[in-house]
Design a protein around this ligand. Structure first.
Ligand code: PMM
Length: 301
């Protein structure tokens, strides 16, 4: 019997968070498996994310979903409070913090290793205080100027995801001479800002930012060229889960498959990415993608 008892509520929006009666030792980055690709479970505490928006907008629903991912084998729970879907309305950091901090605190007590998906250094700092262990920043070339000093001071792993502009402008910025070359160059430029702020190379995890200022063809070109990211010398994370380019691929009668019908295709990308040697995958369906990374690890011996 597990020493941790959680009782997810089903009441109104003001219902209390699940009670974590016995804290268990929290996982750390050093505890992550090194013999397979790691699985980050997506937990969007937002009303408007493209695939799970609104499902976990209440803290107790978010915690219950996070616990299901944790017990289902997720290595990391990626908690975000601001949607990054194209044309999403920016969220005030205070509102973002109100959404994510109680969820992080509770999941940390339950033992989860948590990444905070945020573009704001102020939110990242409070999330780390609340028990997060990794910062996942999707701001790309528009990084918060306070981020490098924070990451250097805290010494935590940091996901440097490539992107241009924000949710409202990124679709218009998807122009590249050579998408792989240009994305690599822009990642190096952001990385220099982190290095100048005192961040060390081993803290950095790189992500090509599929769908962030990328067309569907750009996403496929990047996936085809994952080995070219080796030149950077960092761990590589990818996020294909339920994204629109998979919906288009699976179109029937010219109609894109909806997000809830994109999980099998996501699992296929996970198996291929794991075989290509990526460090981590960020996914909604933890169980199926965990199976895929295990198959890939066994296949590669
Ligand atoms: N994609 C989304 C949000 N955060 N973080 C990283 N590192 N990589 C991604 O590809 C990524 C991300 C958007 O997807 P969601 O709305 O399903 O969270």
């Amino acid at each position: 019997m597990d020493s941790l008892a959680a009782t997810p509520g089903t009441g109104p929006a003001t219902s209390p968070l699940p009670v974590i009666r016995a804290a268990r030792k929290q996982r750390t980055f050093e505890d992550l498996p090194t013999d397979r690709t790691v699985v980050l479970g997506v937990l969007n505490v937002t009303p408007d994310s493209f695939s799970d928006g609104g499902r976990f907008a209440r803290p107790d629903d978010a915690v219950a979903a996070g616990l299901r991912m944790l017990y289902g084998g997720a290595d990391i729970i990626d908690v975000g409070g601001e949607s990054t879907r194209p044309n999403a309305v920016p969220v005030d950091p205070a509102e973002e913090q109100k959404r994510v901090l109680p969820v992080i605190e509770t999941l940390a007590k339950a033992g989860a290793l948590i990444s905070i998906d945020t573009m704001n250094a102020s939110t990242a700092a409070l999330a780390l205080d609340a028990g997060a262990g990794i910062v996942n920043d999707v701001s790309g070339t528009d990084m918060d100027p306070d981020m490098p000093a924070l990451i250097a001071e805290r010494g935590v792993p940091y996901v440097l995801m490539h992107g241009r502009g924000d949710a409202r402008t990124m679709s218009g910025l998807a122009e590249y001479k050579d998408v792989v070359e240009d994305v690599l160059a822009e990642i190096m430029e952001v990385r220099d800002r982190l290095y100048n702020g005192g961040v060390s190379p081993e803290q950095i995890i790189v992500d090509p930012g599929l769908g962030f200022a990328k067309t569907e063809e750009h996403n496929w070109a990047l996936l085809r060229s994952l080995d070219r990211f080796d030149v950077l010398g960092h761990r590589l994370l990818i996020g294909t889960s339920r994204k629109r380019f998979l919906g288009t691929l699976l179109s029937t009668s010219g109609k894109a498959a909806p997000p809830e019908e994109r999980d099998s295709a996501t699992v296929a990308t996970t198996a291929l990415a794991a075989a290509a040697g990526v460090w981590g995958v960020r996914v909604h369906d933890v169980a199926a993608n965990l199976d895929a990374v295990k198959v890939s690890a066994a296949w590669n011996g």
